[in-house]
Ligand binder design. Structure first.
Ligand code: COA
Length: 153
């Protein structure tokens, strides 16, 4: 069973031990950089870094940011950042289970969230296919060429 565990001082070594292959380093940041980004963001969003664990074993990381205020009449947006399932655990459905767990967490803990967004770098066909299968749609490009995908929930 896959669990999203908030990263705390207790599981920090596990999170920092999630490995990123050189071939993936242009796709996502390593855990230390992801955590630094979560810590060093302006205050408009609240950042939630997670360890992804399967049967108690760390297999990945991800961060979710959520609007601090409801700016659209009660509706909030969330963004998924830096989803990484480490190489030896890929291709077994864990990425899919992690996305489902993020959406479940948002639905139960942040029911005002109405829109979930994320960015995918060019050429990351696996990530694009994964998010598309959940209904995320391609809505444009960031200034540095990443695909912006959005899902209404
Ligand atoms: C992208 C990533 C999170 C997918 O995780 P995963 O556990 O390997 O994926 P799953 O086994 O759950 O597969 C889910 C879907 O992803 C897609 N997918 C996975 N591997 C793929 C591959 N090699 N080629 C094409 N599509 C692939 C498929 O659509 C698959 O659906 P299916 O099982 O119905 O075929 C993982 O490969 C990863 O961490 N990659 C490196 C970091 C990264 O690119 N993160 C995404 C940043 S936006």
């Amino acid at each position: 069973m896959l669990v999203l565990a908030p990263i705390t001082r207790d599981n920090l070594p596990d999170a920092l031990g999630v490995r990123l292959t050189p071939a993936e380093s242009h796709r996502v940041a390593p855990a230390a950089l992801m955590l630094a980004k979560c810590h060093d963001r302006p205050g408009a969003q609240v950042w939630h870094p997670f360890l992804v664990a399967e049967r108690g074993e760390p297999v990945g990381i991800v961060a979710v940011s959520i609007d601090r205020d409801d700016r659209l009449g009660g509706a909030q947006s969330a963004w998924v950042h830096n989803l990484l399932i480490q190489a030896e655990a890929q291709g077994r459905g864990l990425g899919r289970a992690a996305v489902a767990a993020i959406l479940d967490w948002l639905s139960s803990e942040h029911p005002s969230v109405r829109r979930v967004g994320l960015n995918v770098r060019a050429g990351n066909d696996a990530a694009f296919a994964l998010y598309s299968s959940f209904g995320f749609g391609d809505v444009g490009r960031t200034r540095d060429g990443r695909t912006i995908m959005l899902l209404e929930v």
